[in-house]
Design a protein around this ligand. Sequence first.
Ligand code: 26M
Length: 777
Amino acid sequence: MKFEKEISSFLELEYGKTPQDATPTQLYNAVSKAAMRFLAPSWHKQPGKKRACYFSAEFLVGRLVYSNLMNLRLLEKCEDYLKQHGIDPAVFEQIEDDALGNGGLGRLAACFLDSAATHNLPLDGYGIRYRYGLFKQYFKDGFQKETADDWLRFGDPWSVCRPQEKVMVEFGDQKVWAVPYDMPVIGFGGKTINTLRLWEAQGVNEFDFDLFNKQQYELAVKERDEAEWISAVLYPNDDTPQGKRLRLKQQYFFSSASLQSILREYVARHGEDFSFFSQEYAIQLNDTHPTVSIPELLRILMGEYHLPFDQAFTIVKDTFAYTNHTIMAEALEKWDVNLFVSVLPSVYPYVVMIDDSLKRELRSCGILGGDQEKYKIVCTNMVHMARMAIYATHSTNGVARIHTEILKDRVLHEWFSLYPDRFNNKTNGITQRRWLALCNRPLADFITQKIGDGWITDLDQLERLRPLADDSTVLAQFMEIKAEKKKELCAYIKEQEGVQLCADFIFDVQIKRLHEYKRQLLNAFCILDIYFGLKDGRVKDFYPTVFLFGAKAAPGYYRAKGIIKFINEIARLINGDPKMKGKMQVLFVQNYNVSYAQKLIPAADISEQISTAGTEASGTSNMKFMLNGAVTLGTLDGANIEIVERAGEENNYIFGATVQEIEEARDSYHPKKLYEENPRIKRVVDTLIDGTFSDGKTGMFKELYDSLLEGADWHKADQYYLLLDFIPYCEQRLKVNRDYADRLSFTRKCFLNTANAGKFSSDRTIMEYANEIWDIG
Ligand code: 26M
């Protein structure tokens, strides 16, 4: 049936509605289901090819309806259909379904799936179908509040439940079903369709009528409730793992289920001869979250199929590879042995076997006694997941050049000395389908006009824009597109936040999770410094600027929440000051997520990437801004280094201490001295305590103040060097501001950022994984 017909017939059959009187949710389901029917014939695995499996606790796919339609080449058809029936094609913006991840790590997984399908690489995702995704955020009196993300209320037309493929997952004290829901991952052009398989936990016993009849209602549902609890909610932390029992259960739940489903496929082909396993499957561990897969595969091969350890362990090593996403040592996952044993008693013995094998290997390398401590997987009553992930795999990679270097030189140096060949770099990337073609159609069309549409699947072709960088009509068009996206954003923000922003200001944007190391507080201080400078005449000829923030703080991250409140207070002061009219505006948008990012990024002039050097593994929003023609105002950290290497330092604004300089400053760093000696620093920091702002008597601001100047027992003062980088940051920010006034030369910088963004396609990244780690290229 024709696509359009299919939509109408679905509406009629399911809801008894015509397009005109259907609700947005009904339209969404009808359009999506019609597209599912359209793609069904192409959704199958190519036989006889090695497959790669991406194991990840998070897949932050974003709203699917537009991207899937675009990839199927049905988007324009659908838009015409809607328009014909008098419906705004933007109707699906009301559908929220983008919250099964926290931030960078989950979004990277989604970009990888898109890129692999587009380039016909057999890569499937495996994860958890959380009933509730990342919390929704709103502000009350400037404080962050959280509510549940009930994403299923719109239905889930993009998933197919496959109850016949459910598997049993056993914990020490509990058995549950893992039921797979498969989502098609549609490559651009719709030729290759891979699968994202997300597992839902269900009780193993049917509802217990016996207990129900005995009026023991609670007991009757208890077993089911406890099973469902496992996949109920995404943990909102994206840094310090807390060693929670349920989190370990989640990790084992999807690891075991995914392995069982892969092995079921394999055994159907080969019976119990596992000698081909690692030639047919590669498994990538997205951080340590799925690392319990390693002892679990050993357990299955040894315990259920009776392979000897050496043979099983060789298969494990040849199959698995590990990606590290964090430099900060405190973020490396560890589990208390007692907790691990109590949740996974039948898995723990295999952890011990791996550890024993490691010790034998260390001994044979002459590493003995106390020198083994820093390697041991089980050590001081903890199971060290990163150590297991490095030891029991053939590949460990970082996510940007400097990140991998820091892993090798510092964080994992002892492992690098032992296994230098296992370490490799895979600089992150982003998909240009979502992050340009979809979110910035005017710019996409403009580029296609100039160089054709090959860039959609081969981003290096953007290079062909370079010769146009000196063409002033081209630059004028480029500028006009930015202006248009700013207007669109202003309209959206007016609707969402009730704030009217000035579309002709500079748009300076920092959007990312709220973390001390990402230094949103430094940004806030600098805005205050400019504000005071404007008031007392120190800052002159300032080009009017909108300062935008978007960030969620983990609900238990007290300091991060204090920073949100502080920025909201600054916004209130500045936006309410009549003297600032026509000069500056500050806004922290609520519930920043993938869909919001798709609106903010195309409108930005300045991309704030200001983490303390050596703390941000890579960053990926930096790449999205670059692609959409913003300049980076940032430190030499993560992928920023590779970005300016490509786009030129002269087209970006780098400031602050380098990794090496931070290291050298470490022992002699006295933030209090800087504070006392520099009146500008003192003035902005003092606003935390001098009554300029109110934290509603929570003590949050005083706590932030102390963290900068006094430190606390668990860290030294100003551990992220805000005060060290403050003045260089302010100067560089004022320089961007001055440069902006020369509109043509500034636009040239923006244009050259777009033209040089080719390297940062996740197409490039995924090819590197395919060729250098998975051998599926
Ligand atoms: C761990 C345990 C318990 C609960 C949650 C977690 C957890 C979840 C997500 C820990 C870390 C998580 O994500 C970390 C992350 O997003 N890291 C970012 O990864 C990006 C992709 O590689 C990089 O670009 C960022 O620099 C890095 O911060």
